[in-house]
Design a protein around this ligand. Structure first.
Ligand code: FES
Length: 216
């Protein structure tokens, strides 16, 4: 058991174990920080860039999912600079996310909706052009569908498929704008010897991987 430390987040004093990641300490204490890519049990990928906070003494904002807590730390989850960074990161994500909430199985349980509501952000980006990648939806699996047009590349499904299900069906392919979650050689999910454990569907924060209507 590690040493107990005391820190301040948004003027609230909380205790934690030294070295714990700030994101989880904040969330465990009911302090919301936007996040998409973090998994408590995994090393942080820090790819979504939504969990920025200010830490007294640090010259620049830091990502809460990578920042270990220390005794005496003073953290702010909101400031004009933080709000700008989060809004820009969110807008970038939403500019390539196919928005179809009314027909999305994740409607009302979607992390994007939650972030927008908590930070008073619009789901439709105002400043950026919306790009629909128009990628084919994979409906080949008997239990779930995969819509890459909704994927935010958080990598949660890839991690659970590898580390928890030990299946390794899902992975990342390509780079930059072309980057996406897919299977080896892009073969349809239904062709894989997948146990249909459903962990990837559970892990997806946005409804890119979702149970078919008949399986819900
Ligand atoms: S949750 Fe920290 S960068 Fe995604």
């Amino acid at each position: 058991m590690g040493r107990t430390v005391s820190l301040t987040i948004d003027d609230r004093t909380v205790t934690a174990t030294a070295g714990e990641r700030l994101l989880w300490v904040a969330l465990d204490n009911g302090i919301y920080i936007p996040h998409l890519c973090a998994i408590k049990e995994a090393d942080p990928a820090a790819s979504c860039r939504l969990c920025f906070v200010e830490v007294e003494g640090c010259p620049r904002p830091v990502t809460a999912c990578t920042e270990p807590v220390r005794d005496g730390m003073v953290v702010r989850t909101r400031s004009p600079q933080i709000d700008r960074l989060v809004a820009t990161g969110f807008e970038l994500l939403m500019s390539v996310h196919r928005l179809d909430c009314a027909h999305c199985p994740k409607n009302r349980r979607c992390e994007l909706q939650k972030i927008a509501a908590r930070r008073k952000l619009k789901l439709r980006p105002g400043r950026l052009a919306v790009i629909d990648r128009n990628l084919p939806v994979d409906e080949s699996h008997p239990l779930y569908n995969y819509d890459p047009n909704k994927c935010v590349l958080c990598g949660r499904c890839v991690w659970v498929c590898r580390q928890l299900a030990r299946a390794g069906v899902l992975g990342f392919a390509w780079r930059g704008f072309e980057r996406r979650v897919t299977t080896f050689e892009g073969r349809p999910l239904g062709e894989w010897d997948c146990s249909a454990c459903g962990l990837c569907v559970e892990a997806c924060p946005v409804g890119a991987l979702a149970l078919k209507e008949a399986a819900r």
